[in-house]
Every structure is written in C-alpha cells, then in structure tokens.
Design a binder for this molecule. Structure first.
Ligand code: TMP
Length: 253
C-alpha cells in the first residue's frame, strides 16, 4: 500500500492527506507537552482518549448546529476531518479565573467571573502564544471584524454546550481553548470549530472535590494524566478505561 503523505506534525497530532480532496486524516499522538514543550512526556493511551473525546464533543456540537471540521472517526487514533484554513489564533473562553488570568489579575483560582470572558491569543510558539487585543487581529489581517464577531459567537455556543455536558457529568468547566478554520463551499466561506476539544485544551475540575481532570495534572505534576482523562471519558460514557490499554487489561466496574 502506498504510504500516505504527512502534511504537518504538531506537538500532539499529525495531519495526513485524506482520501478525498478537501479532507484530512488527523492522528492523535500520546505526546504530552506543556509550557511550549519545555516539559514533555509520553502518556500511554492519551491519543486514544483524546480522539474519542474530541469525536464526542465535535459530534455533540454538530447535533446542535455548531459547525465543526469533524467528519468521522476512522479508528482508535485517527479521524477524518474537513480541510480548513486554520486562523493563527487561539480562542479562550473562561468561566472561572485560573491559569494565566488568575496570575495576571492576582485572582484566586476558581473565582467565578461575572460572565464568560472570551480572549484571543496569537498562535506563535516562538512568542509563547501572546494574548492579543482585537485591534491587533484586524490591523495585522489575521481576521476581519466580521470573523471576530463570528468567532465570539461560536466560542460562546461551544461554551454553553460544553458547560452543560460537563455539569451533567459532575465536572466544572473552568476554561477552554478552541481553534477555528475557514471552509469554502463554492464562493461561500464559513468558520468552523477545528483542531480538537479534549482535556488537553480545557480546565476541568470535579464539582464536589475540585480534583483536576485536565492537562494541569501534567503541567503541575498532580498524578496520572491518563487516569484523569479516563475519568472524564468514563463519566461522559465515552469509553471504558480498559480500551486505552489493550495490552494492559484493567477491570471496568
Ligand atoms: P491559560 O490560563 O494558560 O491562558 O489557559 C487557558 C486555557 O487554554 C486552558 O484551558 C488551557 C488552554 N490552553 C491550550 O489549550 N493551549 C495552550 O497553549 C495554552 C497556553 C492554554
């Protein structure tokens, strides 16, 4: 079989040419990185979990009419997606202060915000993805005023959906990051949710205990990252924990 073409390799995923024009295959790796890859490790089964979790969230968003790049899951680590031109921005939505916002404003982590707050970062690893105001985005041509309005509207809808799904699973959605891409249907362009939605790109705290169930477990050395992600998957009914460790069976209750 001819080897398919690798188009891009990032820290956590690889993109391959897809079977049809306008499609790509997105492969989820087990690599965990933090602080712009200053810290990195391999977490057994993380790619499998994130593939399934991202499928779950993207499918749920599609079901409520939020456009995404997701087409279908192909296997344990791969999904078929629509090719999109990714905007060089990270869109962060925060419901509670944590991470860089807590630090910047001197707020205690977990402080409820008056309303969900949307912020943009410019995607550039060398610069450490700096937060940028809308003025910069428009002036440097990264996106138009209309794109910004559309991105905020998308991000707020994703927040409402994810917040509700997580709440139902006893999890507090503290904040999350999405990426957005452009897709053309003929002359018509629309923005869709792209990349992935997984515990790598969210802050998720157990509502009762405050236990962290996201990548902060790795960033802050708080225990097993795969246990945390498996717990999210289990609560959402996405997959039994044993599936991620085919060679190391565990007992599923
Ligand atoms: P922050 O508090 O470090 O700015 O992160 C806000 C949210 O964005 C948090 O849920 C983690 C997520 N995030 C990413 O997905 N990728 C990144 O590179 C960073 C810095 C944060």
């Amino acid at each position: 079989m001819a080897r398919r073409k690798k188009l891009y390799e990032g820290k956590a995923k690889i993109l391959y040419e897809g079977p049809e024009p306008g499609t790509l295959v997105q492969y989820f790796k087990d690599d965990a990185t933090a602080f712009n890859a200053a810290k990195s490790s391999i977490v057994d089964g993380k790619g499998v979990l994130n593939n399934r979790l991202s499928e779950f969230f993207m499918t749920g968003l599609g079901n409520i009419g939020v456009p995404t790049h997701f087409l279908k899951r192909l296997n344990m680590r791969e999904q078929l997606i629509r090719a999109a031109d990714i905007l060089p921005l990270e869109i962060i939505v925060r419901n509670f202060a944590a991470g860089s916002m807590a630090k910047r404003l001197g707020l205690e982590e977990g402080t409820a915000l008056p309303r969900p707050i949307v912020e943009f970062c410019y995607k550039d690893d060398k610069l450490g993805d700096p937060m940028v105001p809308e003025e910069y985005i428009i002036a440097f041509g990264w996106a138009s005023q209309q794109d910004i309005e559309d991105m905020v509207a998308l991000a707020v809808r994703v927040n409402d959906y994810l917040f509700g799904v997580m709440y139902g699973a006893g999890i507090r959605l503290v904040d999350f990051k999405i990426e957005v891409g452009r897709i053309w249907d003929g002359d018509y362009m629309r923005l869709v949710v792209a990349d992935e939605i997984s515990p790598d790109s969210c802050r998720l705290w157990d509502i009762e205990t405050g236990r962290k169930l996201d990548k902060d477990v790795f960033r802050r050395d708080l225990g097993s990252l795969s246990d945390a992600y498996s717990e999210v998957a289990r609560r959402l009914g996405v997959m039994p924990s044993s599936v991620t460790h085919a060679t190391r069976p565990t007992i599923v209750n």
